[in-house]
Design a protein around this ligand. Sequence first.
Ligand code: ZN
Length: 256
Amino acid sequence: MARTAIISDIHANYHALSAVIEDVHAMGCTDLVCLGDIVGYNAYPSECLDLVRKMNCPVVKGNHDEEVVSPFNARMNNVARKAMDWTRSQLDETRLRWLSRLQYQRIVRTDTGTTFSIVHSSLDHPKMWNYIMNASDASNNFPRQFTHVCFHGHTHAPKIFVWDGKHASEDHDNIHPLYLEGFTEFQPLPDLKYFINVGSVGQPRDSDPRASYGIYDTDLNLIIIKRVEYDIGAAKDAVINAELPEYLAERLEKGI
Ligand code: ZN
């Protein structure tokens, strides 16, 4: 059995990460990959980083992982910048060095020989941190995608893009997803390529405050986007106690 969990945008939310890891085990996942933004925004950067390291899994770098090591990104807003400065003060040299060595994109091979790609933003310019919001944005990724499936994060909202060889779309007739309470699942078709945003573990922004992650079952040819309840109150309290901007606590509750 080859069942890989795909987690992204943890953002130092240890309560959300712990709940997701528990769910990953309950869902029978044998492997894990992480799409970056382990740190930033929330109150437990070192704890989340240590837990991901302990998993000994493929990880790619997110813009917050980069920014905390080498500050230069002018596009970061004031709240994010404040949280970033706090985060930098929390991480020791060893952890910063580990973040600095992460790659921007990787191809992962499962035990049963299936390969898929992972990247934080998109494969066309992974260091530019472009936000893939719609099919037009996604059309730049696909010519650089040499695997059937690629997983990404960065926007904090789960989404499925499909490529028929010429055009990118969010065409649900081609995807046939099944939407149920708590998860979405679908079977990828062999002649198409898929670029899948698994949503965010630690700061969802699609108005659903539950943690989000993906599962790729290569035996069943099945992709699942799963939502997980966690102790949002405790995560909010931790943000306030750390004297991080209050808005970062509020948005956890609203999923924005
Ligand atoms: Zn992020």
